[in-house]
Design a protein around this ligand. Sequence first.
Ligand code: GSH
Length: 209
Amino acid sequence: PEYTIVYFNVKGRCEAMRMLMADQGVDWKEEVVTFDTWQQGDLKKEAVFGQLPGFKDGDFTMYQSNAILRHLGRNHDAYGKNPIEASRIDMVNDGVEDLRLKYVRMIYQNYENGKDDYIKALPAELCHFERILANNNEGKGFTVGDQISFADYNLVDLLRNHLVLAPDCLSGFPLLSAYVSRISSRPKLEAFLSSDAHKNRPINGNGKQ
Ligand code: GSH
């Protein structure tokens, strides 16, 4: 496939898709959009909802990060083995999106005043994911079924960002902790996660993390 990510130079809403592609052994290109280019407005007008990321699969261009993850999940057998698994994966991914939105709001709108309260409230968010793992293969595998899905990449990306925000945030969650380490050490994914491309890319656009 001829994949291209069109996005700002941040991990943000694209690192999970990058992790998926790296782990699945697929190449992609990056079209990095600078703040200045974005301010000119042409790309914004082209974007279906006026925002990035955009994603090109050959001649097909799409938007909405979670739709892009699903597109990649379908293309690379990371969307479950049957319709019920696919629905479970959708459910997990929507839960990841709920937490990502809270995280992004705190980072961009309320970092100085909101960070401590956000971290205090985190266990009540993370316990849902700990339970999801406990209910599938005793937490030894993935969130759904017995193969990795786009929701796993999305969850691991978001948890890794939370470990930067609050390094101890997973200490009360043994299954989640082990899950992040286990997934992150899949050989192709580990190679990507230790690359300069990943390490030097800021998590968020405003320098907060
Ligand atoms: N629901 C969208 C998605 O998941 O892709 C949200 C996209 C979004 O929030 N994009 C931000 C953006 O384009 C950057 S991460 N901001 C610039 C703008 O709105 O002009």
